[in-house]
Each structure stands twice: as structure tokens, then as C-alpha cells.
Design a protein around this ligand. Structure first.
Ligand code: SF4
Ligand code: F3S
Ligand code: FES
Length: 247
């Protein structure tokens, strides 16, 4: 075991601050292991959310030395032996206490997306999806709802005022998943642009960069959705089609 220096956010968002701890770490451990040792040995009231410890539940999201990541996947060996480690809650969401945030913003945005809308009268088994269409939505469905992409996106990270108008990459990706689904009949393009704030995204790709499931959020969801919105707005044939009821 070696002693490591941790600076951990304690308290609420406005009245909290960093507290320094010296804590032991074993070879092969991850940051969440060390936080659990801190709870067990020095601060039993440290609030930290986690569940699977396998990178699959999306609960243990936090910022480690400023980078949004899953603490159960952040290997201690990825830091220099004498490097101190600063652990803070996700900055984009209100802090409840210590490392735990209120992420209800995300559930609210999820509820605002109109659900899958198949053609009227369509019965189960009427339609067979091609493998390419299946694979496209499967990539998006790897999402574990860790909200790291939502946390890192600059549109809302330091701009509380943008939250109402912008759903964030995770929910724009859901809009893209449905828009690209061959059997979905709802018009996701105008909803994405006008209600979910697709135009705020300027393709910085930070969301893709932090996604623990390596989903190509920007290239495979946001850019294709933007292209479809642009087609609708600027292609006269598509525009005319939309006016007379064709997609
Ligand atoms: Fe997390 Fe990736 Fe899903 Fe965003 S898209 S919530 S980063 S798993
Ligand atoms: Fe934000 Fe991702 Fe766009 S980080 S700006 S949603 S590419
Ligand atoms: Fe489940 Fe980290 S504890 S993803």
C-alpha cells in the first residue's frame, strides 16, 4: 500500500470546498476503491453514488483532476505516483452533497422526447429492419446514462440559462436514433432544432471524447441530425415535400 493525496469536494455546491486527505491505495485499484477506503477509515459520511463497480450502471460519474469520468473505471495507475488527485462532483448539475449531484435535469429532458411513432395501423411483425438500421440504433443504445456527455458540453456546463432550450448530447442522440429509424413517422427534425436546441451544438466533440461506451455521439448522431435539418431547411424539393405532407 502507498499513501496518496486526495482533495475531495465536501459539502454543497455553494458552501462546499476541497478537503485534503492522505489515504492508502493498493496496486490495481481504481479511484472509487480509494474513496470507499476514505469512507471506511476517515469520513463515513462522505456521499458518493455508485452501484455496479463495473462501468455499466452509470452511477459513479464525477470529475477527477477536472476530467469527467466514471470513478470505477479510473485506474490509480493512470496517475503519476506522486500526483495528487482532485475529485469533484459533476459541475453542470446542482450538488446535493459531496460527490452526489441532482441529475433530474436529464430525466426531464428524456420525458420531453415524443416516443417511437410507427405508421398508423402497423402491426407487430409487419416490418423487418435491415441489419444496418439495427446496428445504427444499437450503437446509441449502448448508453448507460452516466450523463458525462451532458456534464462536459460547454453549452450548459457554465450556462444555466441555456438549460431550458438545450437537451444536451444524450437526448439529441435519442432524437437522432428515432429520426434515423426507418419506421418512425414523427418529424424529429423540427423538434430537435426548435425544442431541443440542436443549433446550439457547434460540434466540439467533447461529448464523444468522454463517453465511456465510446459512442460516436457527434459523428453518428448529431452531425447526421444536423444534415437532415439542413436538408429540410435549404433543399427546395425536401422543403416542398414537407409542405405537402411527404417527409
Ligand atoms: Fe454516458 Fe455516453 Fe450515454 Fe452520454 S452517451 S450518457 S457519455 S454513456
Ligand atoms: Fe456539446 Fe457535443 Fe455538441 S459537447 S457542443 S453536444 S458536439
Ligand atoms: Fe457503475 Fe461505476 S459504479 S458505472
Amino acid at each position: 500500500m502507498t499513501k496518496r493525496t486526495f482533495h475531495v469536494w465536501r459539502g454543497g455546491g455553494d458552501d462546499g470546498g476541497l478537503t485534503r486527505y492522505e489515504v492508502e491505495a493498493n496496486e490495481g485499484e481504481v479511484v472509487l476503491d480509494v474513496l470507499h477506503r476514505l469512507q471506511a477509515t476517515q469520513c463515513p459520511d462522505l456521499a458518493v453514488r455508485w452501484n455496479c463497480k463495473a462501468g455499466k450502471c452509470g452511477s459513479c460519474s464525477m470529475e477527477i483532476n477536472g476530467r469527467p469520468q466514471l470513478s470505477c473505471m479510473a485506474r490509480m495507475s493512470s496517475f503519476e505516483p506522486d500526483q495528487s488527485i482532485t475529485v469533484t462532483p459533476m459541475r453542470t448539475f446542482p450538488v446535493i452533497r459531496d460527490l452526489v449531484c441532482d441529475v433530474s435535469f436529464n430525466y426531464q429532458k428524456a420525458r420531453e422526447i415524443p416516443s417511437f411513432t410507427p405508421p398508423e395501423g402497423s402491426e407487430p411483425g409487419d416490418f423487418r429492419m435491415s441489419q444496418a438500421d439495427v446496428q445504427r440504433s444499437q450503437e446509441f443504445r449502448k448508453c448507460i446514462e452516466c450523463f458525462l456527455c451532458q456534464d462536459v458540453c460547454h453549452v450548459i456546463r457554465d450556462h444555466e440559462e441555456n438549460k431550458e432550450a438545450f437537451s444536451g448530447p444524450r437526448y439529441l442522440m435519442r432524437a437522432a436514433e428515432l429520426e434515423l429509424h426507418p419506421e418512425d413517422t414523427a418529424d424529429r427534425r423540427s423538434i430537435a432544432q426548435e425544442e431541443f436546441g440542436l443549433g446550439y451544438c457547434n460540434i466540439t466533440k467533447c461529448c464523444t471524447d468522454v463517453c465511456p461506451e465510446n459512442i460516436a455521439i457527434t459523428d453518428n448522431a448529431l452531425i447526421p441530425l444536423k444534415e437532415r435539418v439542413a436538408d429540410r431547411q435549404y433543399d427546395p424539393v425536401v422543403w416542398l415535400g414537407s409542405k405537402i405532407g411527404l417527409r
